[in-house]
Structures are given as structure tokens and as C-alpha cells.
Design a protein around this ligand. Sequence first.
Ligand code: PLP
Length: 405
Amino acid sequence: MTTTNPNLKKLFVSDTFADMIKNKLMKKMEAHQASNPQKELYIMAWGDTTQPLAPKVVDALVDAATKLGDRSTYTGYGEFDGNIKLREAICNNYYKPRGIDLKPEEIFVSDGAQSGTFGLQDLFGLDNVIALQDPIYPPYLEANLLAGRSNIIYLECNDHNNFVPDIPTSKVDIIYLCFPNNPTGGVATKEQLKAFVDYARSHKSVIIFDAVYSAFITDPNIPKSIYEIEGATECAIEVGSFSKTAGFSGLRLGWSVVPCALTLESTVAGELNEMFRIGQSIRFWGASNLAQQGGIAALSEQCQQECQEIVNYYLENARILKEGLEAFGLTCFGGTNNPYIWVKGAEGMSSWDVFNQLLFKAGIVGVPGSLFGPSGEGFLRLSTLCSRENIEKAIDFAAVVGNRE
Ligand code: PLP
């Protein structure tokens, strides 16, 4: 008898994040729209980018596509760990200006942080104790459940700890950290990250650090990479992406850093890096050569400026929305150094109450915080990766409704 993967089957019958979005959130939104066809909806639910690519990235893509259409410049498969020019650009133009010294062989290009983090699953045994921030970007939990890991503990993030958890009180093997954080909008200081690095080094644990939103950090005192913390290359893997920093969410490009200095009790220096290389060579034939040319362009000095202007546009969205909602009487977190606003409902309100309140009163659609974990209960996540028009119209409408009450 052919059997199915029992871990996937378990996830299939439980409520995954994607299922909850599709079967509950979308249905509520559509029902509201059907009974209020004259009312506009301001959708701030999706963490997806909306603004066009930087002109220099577009030029590089057109050039790369033209070369693919010419026999003399056509290229097929590339290196499975990524175009060397892109890996060099990640080292020299992304990490080096932050005082971080990495070698191209420590960078593994992926088609986005989603598959980048998923690929890391191959590195670790199923008996490891995993610590996840709560609330958490759901695929981290679901990827571990799918792999068959069940030793999971949660590190609570709330408004009392500014959405940065305390270090674990017991021994854990793998710690997932995401800063700037999706969904809470939280950021971690150097001291807070140092506490995690110190913990990981002394317990021989591994940190998996998601730096997908690094470009949103404008405060020079907030680290953009875990490797800004001394000793982090001995204990941390970092996942990066061009999705939010350069608008590649559809084009697809990211990377994972597995430093040669990273060691476990059971491995010697360089072994994990080599193991990941072998895993990647089995699972992945390389990111799109077109996307990689776009990534090389995005990391050029001139283009980094163009990309940052797009990020600044979203940051201004976040500023306008947060100020507007606060004027409307709502308690909001995040929205600075981060495109997400984490709205706290009034005492006793559930996440779905907050969702309904903003939907029914102002036509604003967010994602209930409870879908990101138990500590998200009572909150709603709003993404400001949408258009300015959406933000301004939503605020006008929210203000009208607010004044009427
Ligand atoms: N990590 C976080 C925290 C995210 O919010 C997202 C996407 O929204 C990803 C990873 C996936 O990014 P990518 O588009 O690079 O796969």
C-alpha cells in the first residue's frame, strides 16, 4: 500500500495559516463586500509589495532577457549555490558596509527566503528542541511540523517586552528570530540580540535569523544583520531576501548564509556549510538566471539608492497609517523600521473582534493576530506595503467614522 506523509496529513486536517486566510478571512471579506457593494475596501492584509521595480533593475532584466534570446549570449543552468557575481555582491555590497566579513562560499542563493528557510530543515535532526517567537511568521512552525518535529517551545512577545522575547529559560537547540518582525512590527536592539547570541554560544544552539525586512531599519542603532553581533557567525544562520527590499516578491530571489565558523557539539568548523551545500545540490538547480541578474543590479551602489526610495515610500505609508489610526483612538505598535502595524484591540476584544471592527467601520482589512500564534490574540496585523492612495483613503474614512461616534 502506498502511504502518505503523516505529518502533511496532520497539517492538512488542522488549520494552516493559508487555510485560515482562504477559508475564513477571505470569506468574511467577500461577505462584507457582497452586503455593502457601495463601500470600498482598503486591503492591508497581504505582506506583498505593490510598487514597481527600480528602473536599474528593470534595465538589467531587459538586458538579461535579451541575452537569453541570442544564441551567442544564451546561458542555461548556472551554479546551484548561485551566480558567483551575485554572491560576491551580497558579501561586498550588503554585508561588508556593515562591517561583516563573509565569503561567497558561505552564501547560498535561493528563490526567496521561504524556500531558503525551508531548505535549512535538511540540516537538523528531528529530535531538536525548537524555540519560536510567539506570534510567529507561520511557515516556520508549519515547516517544522511538516518535517516531523514536535519539541517546540514558544517565546512570548507582547507589549510588555516590546515584542522582543526573553532568552529561553531551558536548553533549546534551534531558535528562530525574525527582526524587523513580521507580524508584530518589533525590532531588536544590539543588546537584545547579543543576549541571544551569548545564549546560543554557551548552549551550542543555532539561531536562524530572518532579516527579510532589514532595509526598513532606518535607526542606525538597530542591527540589520545578526552578524553585527560579535560571535554570531559561530552560532547563527541568516536568511535574506530581495522581496521586500527590492520588490522581488514575484521575481523571487533570496539567500541563506551558513557560515564556515558555525559549529554544533556534533560538527567541526565548515561541516555544516558543506552539509548545506550537498543538500542544496540535491534539492535545487539554482535560482532563475534572470532574477539573479536583477539581484546583482539591485545591489549596485546606484540602484541600492533607488531600492531604498521604494522602501521609504512604504515607511511613509506606515507613518501616515499609524498616526491616522492613533488619532482614531487605536493603540498601534510597529510601523517604524518596519512595514507592519500591530493594532491592539480594546480590553476584552479578540483578534477577530478587531478585524470586524476595522472592516465594518472603516473598510480596512487586516489579518487577525491570533493566526500568528496564541500571543497574537487581541491584535490585528496591517501591512503598509500597499499604495499610498489605499492608505490615505482608509485614513480619511476611518477619521469620518471616528468623528461620527
Ligand atoms: N520571512 C518573513 C518574515 C516574511 O514575512 C516573508 C514573506 O512575507 C518571507 C520570509 C518570505 O520571503 P520570500 O519572498 O523571500 O520568500
